[in-house]
Design a protein around this ligand. Structure first.
Ligand SMILES: [Zn+2]
Length: 442
């Protein structure tokens, strides 16, 4: 992985990032990454986790990171009716002016949750914010990413300190600042700490809380060998490996409803039969992968499922996808935990995609996924923030997801404007759904 300095300028590359990368990363290259980087669970668990402290020693001063301990049993015992546990990692130092993946995203969500009275201050024991959690260790990260990438990124932080913003060559491009390495460890840690909390709660309570990691940088495009498409570490993939290795949850079902294909997550688990990766995304959008016939490889054949939706698909399409594909697929797979790459850039108001999800679509997804987790895996489910670049639609949609977890009615009708929606391409998306069902025998 090569790093080069980018002159910081107001024009940046924000507007062009998706188009330029689409041309640079072809399907063939993606498939070659898949075949060379995927490893099986046993190998990963035995290689990384038993030797956590000695295998790789980070030079970073962890004291700079404001984290200490994860939620402990005594804390958890006080909250037997808790419905949501969330963590916040805003990565305010990882920022580039005018870039859509902005340091304002997570604070915008946190403010909306506060304004809409969805925080612990208003919800009492229904909602917990996980305050003190550990950043991910480097060993957690290398359960998915190559050591050379992780070490290279850490080393690049010195240059970023001296030179300001750096561009990570061949990554999308994805930028890094002097705090990117540490803040990306915090983001991944905020996710795996929620896995800890939800799994612990499920051992004691019938209805454990849903976890929601309000984190950035996002993760689902980051490939094993490097960052990509605004993403630094694969937060959801790292959490999946962690759930397997630390908690013994063998079968992980990952739902990715971001507007873009989660190529990094797919890459990490393409030949793994114990991790099912299901992605809905806009057909033809960045990064160009996620075709309907990409179904996994070797042992993992059949445990990757892509639903490339035609532009303009929205609420109607996703309801059908959920009922006719996601539910039967998850029922057949019988997961031990469900993890969700929750991207909010499929919203009709989002600037980086051309789908027509609404606040109501996200409420439906949150409510239905919660129910699915309850039916299939004792309620164990953690959401991870991915994309979503219109701060208003992002915040309102996450807030309505919280309402779904709280079993409160949706307020989507207050936020959504049906007048801006146009007719969904129902003939086209029904064809896609039928073809997916045929390919996967659903
Ligand atoms: Zn996206």
């Amino acid at each position: 992985m090569e790093f080069r300095i980018l002159q910081q300028s107001p024009s940046c590359y924000a507007g062009n990032v998706f188009c330029s990368v689409q041309a640079r990363l072809g399907i063939r290259k993606f498939l070659s990454l898949v075949s060379t980087n995927t490893t099986i669970l046993q190998k990963i668990c035995s290689r990384n986790y038993p030797r956590r402290k000695t295998q790789y020693r980070s030079e970073v001063n962890r004291a700079a990171v404001l984290c200490s301990t994860s939620l402990n049993d005594s804390t958890l015992a006080q909250y037997d009716n808790v419905k949501i546990i969330y963590s916040v990692a805003a990565a305010t130092g990882h920022n580039q002016e005018s870039h859509p993946e902005s340091h304002l995203r997570v604070p915008a969500i946190a403010n909306a949750l506060e304004d809409m009275e969805l925080t612990p201050k208003f919800q009492g024991t229904n909602v917990i914010e996980l305050q003190n959690y550990k950043p991910a260790s480097v060993d957690d990260i290398v359960s998915v990413h190559s050591k050379s990438y992780v070490a290279g990124l850490e080393k690049a932080m010195d240059r970023a300190s001296q030179d300001g913003l750096i561009l990570i060559e061949g990554s999308g491009p994805t930028y890094a600042t002097a705090t990117t390495f540490n803040e990306s460890l915090v983001a991944a840690g905020a996710g795996i700490s929620l896995v800890d909390s939800v799994v612990k709660a499920s051992q004691t309570y019938m209805n454990p809380p849903i976890g929601f990691a309000l984190i950035r940088p996002p993760g689902h495009h980051a490939v094993p060998k490097g960052p990509m498409g605004f993403c630094v570490f694969g937060n959801v993939a790292i959490a999946a490996r962690y759930a397997q290795c630390v908690h013994g949850l063998k079968r992980v079902f990952i739902i990715d409803f971001d507007a873009h294909h989660g190529n990094g997550t797919s890459d990490a688990f393409y030949d793994d039969s114990d991790i099912f990766f299901l992605s809905t995304h806009q057909d033809g959008s960045y990064p160009g992968t996620g075709k309907i016939d990409e179904v996994g490889h070797g042992d993992g054949e059949g445990t990757t499922l892509n639903i490339p939706l035609p532009g303009g698909s929205g609420d109607y399409a996703m309801k059908m996808v959920f009922d006719e594909v996601i539910v039967p697929c998850a029922q057949r797979f019988k997961p031990d935990i469900i993890l969700v790459s929750a991207g909010y850039d499929a919203h009709v108001l989002d600037p980086l995609a051309n789908l027509q999800f609404t606040t109501g679509t996200y409420y439906m997804l949150a409510s239905n996924i919660k129910q699915l987790a309850k039916e299939l895996c004792q309620g164990r489910c953690v959401f991870f923030l991915e994309g979503g670049y219109n701060l208003e639609s992002l915040s309102y949609s996450v807030a309505d997801s919280f309402r779904a977890f709280l079993d409160e009615p949706s307020l989507a009708s207050e936020f959504d404007n049906p007048a801006i929606l146009y007719e969904e391409p129902s003939r086209k998306f029904k064809q896609v759904i039928q073809k997916v069902k045929q390919i996967h025998s659903l």
